[in-house]
Design a protein around this ligand. Structure first.
Ligand code: SF4
Ligand code: SF4
Length: 389
């Protein structure tokens, strides 16, 4: 797991998505003094390569001046190591000025669209689709790479065909996020995707992906297949993220991950105090995250997928229980469903000799092979497993 520091310039956000759990009205904006303190802290804290992701709230609310100063401070202040930057934003506040600054650092952009305009705006608010699309156009015009995350909710999962087609037709990589219970609303479960439905959705996307090989990428399925094939997790959800991921809140508070920012009981320290690893390890939040790791070792011991699942996301597991460890990630049901499916298909293909086509090819290995039925044959799961190797 590479070292990852998430910078949260503010928890404020101009949008008002129905299921949001991470924005906070009136949140302050991170000062440049805090960025200087981050550089100083990291110099003493760890000396390996680091990826910085600006996240929120909505990180573009910090404005062009913030990035004009913060990016050189970070990259020059830590120039002795490999650095990478990324940002997750709804793009409403993207301007040519900001895009130009980001282009100098070649910053990839992650944004969010939940599907076609009507469906997206039903979940995220009227006008969202248009504002995000405009921002994406500005970013792309400056040569920036923009990818979208699709949040599937209890509502939008009913429109999975439309959502898949939307991404296929736009030539977009599909990366999905399962809507979590909101800890801030009155009806926390209203939009949350039920774990069983999440599992079925993953199997559906696996099938659609295999039917459309070479025409779309479904990032989550790529990762899941790679996890099974290599026997190791390749994204934070499926590794022990504690100790290799930190998030810095607007006031310099250090948290285990951006998802905890703004929750006082998860503060581990503050960059302005320049804490060492040993000092952070004294905090309750650090101890809790490491207790989760030990809990997973015990609870998931007999699960065939433990090495590349690792109990899922600790935030998902801990926060609905008021900061207590009472179970693993509730999405366990979904993870088991898709990991079982991938493993079974893999074994069938390996030992049964079926469906070992390469990417973009039918099972005979010829692109666009149609066979006697006139229907294009589906690629096998092995083609996905080998794709990223
Ligand atoms: S808490 Fe969850 S989202 Fe955050 S780094 Fe860990 S696995 Fe990823
Ligand atoms: S699938 Fe469930 S039981 Fe298996 S490792 Fe993941 S969280 Fe644990």
């Amino acid at each position: 797991m590479p070292f990852h520091v998430m910078l949260i310039p503010t928890l404020g956000c101009p949008s008002n998505c129905n299921y949001c759990w991470s924005s906070e009205e009136g949140s302050p904006i991170m000062s440049i003094e805090t960025i200087k303190a981050v550089v100083k802290w990291l110099k003493d804290f760890r000396d390996d390569s680091v990826t910085f992701t600006f996240h929120g709230g909505e990180p573009l609310l910090a404005g062009a001046d913030f990035y004009r100063q913060a990016l050189p401070l970070l990259s020059e202040g830590l120039s002795e190591r490999d650095l990478a930057f990324a940002i997750q934003t709804n793009l409403w506040k993207m301007t040519p000025e900001i895009a130009e600054i980001f282009a100098k650092y070649n910053i990839p952009i992650g944004s969010s669209l939940d599907g076609p305009e009507e469906l997206n705006d039903f979940q995220r608010g009227k006008g969202y689709f248009e504002k995000t699309t405009k921002g994406a156009e500005i970013a792309k015009a400056h040569g920036l790479n923009v990818r979208f995350i699709t949040t599937f909710t209890s509502h939008s999962v009913k429109y999975r065909d439309e959502i898949f087609k939307f991404n296929l037709e736009r030539g977009q990589t599909l990366k999905l996020h399962a809507c979590l219970p909101s800890l801030r609303g009155d009806e926390p479960e209203k939009w949350a995707l039920d774990p069983e439905e999440y599992g079925e959705l993953l199997v559906y996307l696996l099938d659609k992906y295999l039917e459309n090989m070479g025409r779309i990428e479904v990032m989550n399925i790529d990762h899941l297949c790679k996890n099974v094939f290599t026997g190791r997790g390749t994204v934070c959800t499926f590794v022990d993220c504690m100790g290799d991921t930190f998030a810095i809140g607007p006031d310099g508070g250090i948290y285990p991950c951006y998802r905890f920012v703004g929750m006082p009981k998860f503060v581990m320290g503050n960059v302005h105090d320049n804490p060492s690893v040993e000092a952070l390890a004294e905090s309750e939040a650090w101890k809790l995250m490491h207790e989760y790791k030990e809990y997973v070792d015990r609870e998931c011991k007999s699960c065939a997928h433990i090495n590349y699942c690792r109990g899922g996301c600790p935030y998902n597991a801990i926060t609905p229980n008021n900061g207590k460890i009472k179970g693993v990630d509730p999405h366990c049901v979904a993870y088991k469903r898709i990991y079982d499916e991938i493993t079974e298909r893999f074994n069938n293909e390996l030992f049964g000799g079926a469906g070992m086509g390469m990417p973009g090819m039918g099972m005979s290995g010829f692109p666009g092979e149609t066979g006697g039925s006139g229907k294009t044959s589906r690629s096998g799961i092995m083609s996905l497993m080998l794709k990223k190797i």
